[in-house]
Design a protein around this ligand. Structure first.
Ligand code: HEC
Ligand code: HEC
Length: 231
């Protein structure tokens, strides 16, 4: 009996045992199963999650779109009730339910803002109009894009949340997506012109060059003065 108690105490006192590894399936059972069904099989209150992949889970959870409060609501951006680690666990669990796309890794620094503007005008502006402003389409609020991170922009384009259409690679390639993300991010701060285009690191190398030149000149002067003193 005493030994049992000791074991129990160790289990209970193990530092952060419960907090260390949040269980994806446990969190799912508590927060998602009522709408998405056992193992993501879907119910009348929520769609099947088999095969939606890490990409959809990551987007819907990190934007706070999920968990939805009422099945008829349009998902909206809000603070997630979960910690980042709980979200990691839930994303891994949903990804394990079927084959699906991973979380995308966009590279806006490789993109072109003018190309992004053209793509945005062609594919997105019909609903999103201006990056900083939301709007409406029949049956849905269209959110402003100011709060969306590079990853979330790429995710939204590929999965098409709610009434937004999905844009597969055949329609918008990964390279074009980089430009689109670059444009949306630039458009959040259009006053920042110039800075972004040459990259915020632009002035730093220039400054470094100035310092190097000035430094070299100073050293040269010192050497000359030193030589004179020797003479
Ligand atoms: C038919 C209209 C429509 C088109 C076209 C469209 N979207 Fe959307 N978009 C929406 C709607 C509606 C939502 C809100 C989804 C929701 O609430 O679940 C949304 C959500 C988003 C979000 C998430 C914003 C947030 O912070 O919640 C991003 C990012 C986004 N769209 C980017 C794009 C990009 C980039 C394009 C063009 C490639 C595009 N959308 C084309 C209607 C559209
Ligand atoms: C009240 C019911 C409800 C609850 C609770 C809920 N969801 Fe949802 N979920 C929905 C509905 C309805 C949609 C469809 C919304 C849409 O089309 O944007 C959805 C969509 C999703 C999607 C996108 C599916 C796709 O086809 O791309 C994911 C991923 C998701 N939910 C994950 C979760 C997770 C994880 C939880 C628990 C943390 C959760 N949901 C809790 C009702 C719910």
């Amino acid at each position: 009996m005493r030994r049992l108690l000791a074991v129990a105490a160790v289990v209970l006192l193990a530092p952060g045992a419960a907090a260390a590894a949040p269980s994806g399936s446990g969190l799912y059972a508590e927060n998602c199963l009522s709408c998405h069904g056992p193992g993501g099989s879907g119910t009348a209150r929520g769609p099947r999650l088999r095969g939606v992949g890490a990409i959809a889970a990551d987007f819907y959870l990190r934007t706070g779109y999920m968990p939805l409060l009422s099945p008829g609501d349009q998902p909206t951006r809000r603070r997630s009730p979960f910690t980042a680690r709980q979200i990691d666990a839930l994303v891994a669990y949903v990804a394990s339910l079927g084959k699906g796309l991973p979380v995308p890794r966009p590279h806006p620094e490789r993109g072109s803002i003018p190309v992004g503007l053209r793509l945005f005008t062609e594919h997105c502006a019909g609903c999103h109009q201006v990056v900083g402003e939301g709007g409406y389409v029949t049956g849905a609020r269209v959110p402003p894009l100011e709060q969306a991170s590079a990853t979330q922009i790429a995710e939204a384009v590929r999965i098409g949340p709610y009434l937004m259409p999905r844009f597969p690679r055949t329609q918008i390639s990964d390279r074009q997506l980089d430009s689109l993300v670059a444009y949306v991010q630039w458009a959040k701060h259009p006053d920042d012109r110039g800075g972004w285009a040459i990259g915020h690191i632009g002035p730093v190398p220039e400054g470094l060059v100035a310092w190097l030149l000035a430094g070299t000149a100073l050293v040269a002067v010192c050497v000359v003065i030193g030589k004179r003193n020797e003479a």
